[in-house]
Design a protein around this ligand. Structure first.
Ligand code: GTR
Length: 332
């Protein structure tokens, strides 16, 4: 993790490195390891930029959380030390209030519904709301559905979760969701959750299949319950400081490459979800797929009233609901 001083020096150091041989690449951070679909999407952007600009625009990807936890890399991005950052929407919740809407529990009917929202007007509107906060929202990436897993016991009903210590992302709505279920939320950076599970600092966490697998949490927390309570996406943001230094043509090229990386990412994602699920189930993970969703949804419902606090947020919720088509939830 970077110290405050390194953070302050970062833009200087980074631009100094670039001057020697031609235009410097755009610096991009991601908390996931190289083979993860979000990182692969960043490499896809790099390829597209390379092809479309004859190598004039490129990306240098810092994967695996080497630039720090998402909360810290976002801060670095806002003051221009990083040009691009792929994060979950959760660490943005305290910066851009409208992003909270996409994390409302049981908001989406299905992955297809969520994708229509990310690609549609509500998704675009939420990306636009990031600009005044120093972040230019470029595109969303899939993050599937998040479900609870733990080291202790199978979870079928909210009662089974009662009293367990559950790691959550650094966001008030995740804290509130876990509290609403009668469990004890503990915000911990993603990179520290594996140790926390081993040491019993927490009993469980919640995430999608690929993160559950890639983080190796499945080795320690063997009970995975398909609660599918949140379908908030990943997001790729640019620093408005870097963005404002680009020519309009460069901005258009970067935005087009980011948008074109979305279908590429989705194809990798769908395959990865299926593969991760298969891999963890082969490693003795105990899957609970007959979860009482209605009981979870009922207890978590007050979170909506607590977090939808402005007419704009309510309007976003209404437009998101209007894009539902009565589909059943997919099973992963
Ligand atoms: C993953 C997400 C990461 C991070 C992580 C977490 O699904 O891709 O960006 O947010 O969850 O739980 O912290």
């Amino acid at each position: 993790m970077l110290t405050r001083r390194q953070m302050l020096l970062a833009p200087l150091l980074l631009s100094a490195c670039g001057r020697r041989d031609g235009p410097r690449p755009l610096f991009a951070a991601d908390a996931h390891p190289d083979e993860y679909p979000t990182v692969q999407a960043l490499y896809a952007i790099d390829r597209l930029l390379d092809e479309r600009t004859n190598g004039e625009m490129r990306l240098r990807v810092y994967a695996g959380g080497q630039m720090g936890a998402e909360k810290d890399t976002l801060e670095i991005t806002i003051f221009g030390g990083l040009d691009l950052n792929r994060v979950n929407l959760a660490p943005l919740n305290s910066i851009v209030p409208e992003t909270v809407v996409l994390a409302l529990p049981f908001l989406f009917e299905s992955i297809a519904h969520a994708r229509r929202v990310f690609d549609g007007e509500p998704g675009r509107r939420i990306l636009e709301r990031m600009t005044p906060h120093g972040l230019k929202g470029l595109c969303y990436y899939d993050s599937g559905a998040r479900s609870f897993y733990n080291t202790q016991r199978p979870i079928r009903t909210p009662d089974d979760l009662r009293g367990l210590k559950i790691r959550v992302q650094n966001s008030d709505i995740y804290v509130a969701m876990v509290q609403a279920l009668g469990a004890n939320p503990t915000p911990i950076p993603y990179g520290e959750v594996y140790q926390a599970l081993i040491q019993g600092v927490v009993d469980g966490a919640e995430n999608n299949w690929p993160s559950y697998e890639s983080s190796r949490h499945f080795e320690v927390a063997k009970h995975y319950s398909l609660t599918r309570h949140v379908m908030a996406p990943e997001v790729l943001v640019a620093s408005t400081r870097s963005w404002d230094k680009m020519t309009v043509e460069e901005q258009d090229t970067l935005l087009a490459a980011a948008r074109d990386s979305v279908p590429i990412m989705r194809a990798t994602w769908d395959k990865r979800v299926a593969d991760s699920r298969k891999r963890v189930l082969a490693a003795d993970v105990q899957l609970v797929d007959d979860v009482e969703h209605s009981a979870f949804a009922a207890l978590m419902r007050p979170v909506w009233d607590q977090f939808v606090t402005t007419p704009e947020m309510q309007d976003l919720v209404d437009s998101i609901r209007s894009l539902g088509q009565g589909e059943k939830n997919d099973d992963d």
